[in-house]
Design a binder for this molecule. Structure first.
Ligand code: ADP
Ligand code: MG
Length: 291
């Protein structure tokens, strides 16, 4: 072993100390910048959507502003008819607002022509539907890479394997949807949504057609995609259990955001939804209520 003189050792120790300090600072700094760099992947301003005209007009969304930060799972909740699907469809560029703007990954999609919008959806957005929406004639593998095939792009082989392994479908790749269980089909749909590495993944009631166990597997998978791949996920759900895996929960009522919270327990979410579903009793002055 080489003998080091004392001054030399001091020198080394000091160097290591400085390195350790630098490393520490670097980590803290990168963590901090990660926090502050959480710019909105989806940003919407003044969104309104009405259906119908005159007396029959329905205000599905009323002046909604929302920013969705990167690498988090946001749940959108609310009573039936509160505007959840309308909001999701507009944020995902599947529908256009009556007024207001939506930007995805810095592109104002409400300014785009239909063709450009289709292209942007293909490049930047992943979808998971309640009813899986797989193509019956294609194998699991072909369904998974379909977005790439449609864009005439080749899936990166390492990424393809990572995704297939993550969803646990390695030994089901040649099966067609009819040969797969509901949970497996939805896992194919998750893989199909992840394969393009979308800026944002939208899930509309992803567990709505699944029993609680397989639903739980799909939710765990969505959570993993956030933790491991820093995937941004927006999930519409009416299930308090599903929403309890979210980092943030946005509650809608009558087309407006009425509550916007960080992580909540299943019970707290359940109570909130129950509260929102209860119509506010209008006090009527001077009228005795007959029982
Ligand atoms: P949620 O998904 O929360 O159940 P929706 O976004 O589907 O709510 O609907 C919000 C409101 O807009 C409801 O009152 C619904 O009846 C109405 N609505 C949704 N789509 C249409 C449509 N295509 N035509 C007319 N009204 C609609
Ligand atoms: Mg809906």
């Amino acid at each position: 072993m080489r003998n080091t003189t004392v001054p030399e050792r001091d020198h080394l120790d000091q160097a290591y100390e400085t390195l350790a300090e630098l490393e520490h600072e670097f980590t803290i700094e990168s963590l901090l910048s990660r926090q502050t760099n959480r710019w909105p992947v989806v940003s919407a301003r003044g969104l309104s959507r009405t259906y119908g005209k005159g007396d029959a007009v329905v205000h599905a969304l009323r002046d909604v502003d929302i920013d969705i930060t990167e690498g988090r799972l946001t749940a959108i909740m609310g009573p039936s008819g509160s505007g959840k699907s309308t909001l999701m469809h507009i944020l995902a560029g599947l529908d256009r607002p009556t007024s207001g703007t939506v930007a995805i990954d810095g592109v104002t999609i409400t300014d785009l022509r239909d063709r450009e919008l289709t292209q942007l959806r293909r490049d930047k957005i992943g979808f998971i539907f309640q009813s899986f929406n797989l193509l019956a004639t294609l194998t699991a593998d072909e369904n998974i890479v379909l977005p790439m095939s449609l864009a005439r792009r080749q899936a990166d082989e390492t990424w393809r394997r990572t995704v297939i392994e993550a969803v646990g479908l390695t030994d089901r790749l040649t099966h067609r949807p009819s040969e797969l269980s509901g949970g497996q089909q939805q896992r194919v749909a998750v893989a199909r949504a992840l394969i393009t590495r979308p800026a944002v993944l939208f899930a509309d009631e992803p567990t709505g057609n699944l029993d609680s166990r397989t639903g739980g597997e799909v939710l765990a998978l969505l959570r993993r995609s956030v933790e491991e791949f820093r995937q941004t996920v927006i999930m519409v759900t009416h299930d308090a259990g599903a929403a309890s895996i979210a980092d943030r929960i946005v509650f809608l009522k009558d087309g407006r955001i009425v509550l916007d919270r960080e992580r909540m327990t299943r019970d707290a979410i359940y109570d909130t939804i129950k509260h929102l579903e209860t119509p506010v009793a209008e006090p009527v002055a001077g009228v005795a209520v007959e029982v």
